[in-house]
Write a protein that binds this ligand. Structure first.
Ligand SMILES: [Zn+2]
Ligand SMILES: [Zn+2]
Length: 320
């Protein structure tokens, strides 16, 4: 099969490689679309150490089943599917609690690090365990379906966050995940969604996708502006979708006393925390990682158009 192989940091090549050999519980998926994740970009240049060449990257895929392993039931060749980028074991303490994103044996497709490697979906075919498969709703295109992983990150983050109806929420960072969080918040019934970003173009998109206000970062005074939009109190919740010190601080500064900050971005390994503000204002900090069973709901959100992913597909190039 043809595959896009990361040969060394900074160099990709389309090559003929052996098809993955199926384990009994796996299926072979003919890849029809695969998203390019920010982590692939930063993995490709070696900056994160999460991709060790040679490797086939790509974990946001959709396609058709080409072959099923001997122990697989309920799936047939031709089925249109997508798959969880997190390959969980299904047996550990966390998996049995439904927290598959916290699985002790967690492997991510298309990732190679010191502990493991697993080839991904920048290829004609990819092998995945049947337990991570999800059926595509009729009429949902492969391109849109390949966006489900990103949508699931947003949906999981919103579900982790205590939100009353009519809440005021700030979203710090209006990149792809931030824009999806905004859309999911809209479907969750939030009254006021305040997008915050440095980039005016992103803020414009945020407004077109459901943010009710857009604030340009960088000039200071953001917290006061947010208070001005929330009866003087501050936002009930904030989502941090960047992961560097200034934006974490902004998110904490923007919420009211007793509010919560949900941390999605993790560009930096560690950041300075305004500890006294968190403690004395009794702010809840919530970490959120990937998703745990939200795929079917996310596929429905995409198929129904309640979450618009078309806006987020900037190009559809071939493997080459
Ligand atoms: Zn990703
Ligand atoms: Zn597990």
């Amino acid at each position: 099969m043809r595959a896009l192989v990361l040969k060394e940091y900074g160099r990709l090549a389309v090559e003929e490689v052996a098809r993955p050999r199926l384990q009994p519980e796996e299926v072979l998926v003919r890849v029809r679309a695969c998203g390019i994740c920010g982590s692939d970009v930063h993995g490709m240049d070696g900056s994160t150490g999460r991709r060790i060449p040679p490797l086939i990257m790509g974990h946001e895929g959709a396609g058709e089943i080409a072959e099923v392993g001997s122990a697989v039931t309920g799936w047939s060749p031709g089925d249109r599917v997508t798959f969880d980028s997190t390959v969980f074991c299904g047996k550990c303490w966390h998996c049995l609690r439904g927290e598959v994103n916290l699985c002790e044996e967690r492997r991510v497709l298309g990732v190679a690090c010191a502990e493991f490697r697993r080839d991904g979906a920048f290829a004609e075919f990819v092998a995945v365990p049947a337990r991570v498969l999800y059926r595509l709703p009729d009429g949902l295109s492969f391109d849109k379906a390949a966006m489900v992983e990103a949508v699931s990150v947003a949906v999981h983050a919103v579900r982790r966050t205590p939100l009353e109806s009519g809440a005021t929420v700030a979203v710090v960072g209006a990149g792809m995940i931030g824009l999806l969080v905004i859309q999911v918040l809209r479907t969750a019934g939030c009254d006021r969604i305040i997008a915050i970003d440095l980039d005016g173009g992103r803020l414009k998109r945020a407004l077109s996708l459901g943010a009710t206000s857009a604030l340009q970062a960088g000039s200071g005074g953001l917290a006061a502006e947010v208070r001005g939009l929330s009866k003087g109190r501050g936002a009930d919740a904030a989502f941090e979708v960047v992961g560097i010190a200034p934006t974490v601080k902004t998110a904490i500064d923007c919420v009211r006393k007793g509010g919560s900050v949900t941390l999605i971005g993790n560009a930096e390994k560690s950041v300075e925390l305004p500890l006294q503000a968190v403690v004395t204002r009794q702010i809840t900090l919530i970490g959120t990682c990937a998703s745990a069973g939200e795929y079917p709901d996310c596929l429905e959100l995409i198929a129904s158009g309640r979450v618009n992913v078309t806006e987020m597909i900037s190009a559809t190039p071939p493997l080459e």
